[in-house]
Design a protein around this ligand. Structure first.
Ligand SMILES: [Zn+2]
Length: 138
């Protein structure tokens, strides 16, 4: 939460900060995470959108924001720990793939059974034919 009191002075306005550079289109760039805080005595200071960190120097806010980014990393890693390095999306994708492979195997198995039956039928008719031929020959 952004600071509401800085050095005993109340924050009366909390705005995004206009960046020192402009966008390619020439429009102002606003830093949403770097807040420009207007204090009750009319002075301004800068604050972090995530916590009560403030600084009179706008340049110290952006490096500070990295702190919040690294804070999130351990939490994300621990959630995924059981899957090793895989993201949850990757795990789901693999499960779906596995399902596809199983149904493909099922299909191959039933196809193989069909060919086996056809081969047995062909073998039977072949022996019938052989017997018939033998009958003709004798
Ligand atoms: Zn912060």
């Amino acid at each position: 939460m952004t600071a509401t009191v800085v050095n005993g002075l109340e924050v009366i306005a909390d705005e995004p900060t206009e960046a020192p550079m402009r966008s390619r289109a020439g429009t102002p760039v606003l830093w949403q995470q770097t807040r420009t805080l207007l204090l009750e005595d009319g002075s301004t200071t800068y604050g972090c959108v995530h916590c009560d960190y403030t600084s009179a120097n706008v340049r110290s806010i952006r490096p500070h924001l990295n702190k919040h980014r690294t804070d999130n990393v351990p939490a994300r890693t621990s959630v995924l720990a059981p899957f090793g390095e895989l993201s949850l999306a990757e795990v789901f994708r693999r499960l779906v793939d596995f399902d596809d492979v199983t149904s493909e195997l099922d299909e191959m198995t039933s196809e193989r059974d069909e060919w086996k039956q056809r081969a047995q039928r062909a073998e039977r008719s072949l022996s019938t034919l052989r017997n018939a031929l033998r009958g003709v020959a004798s």
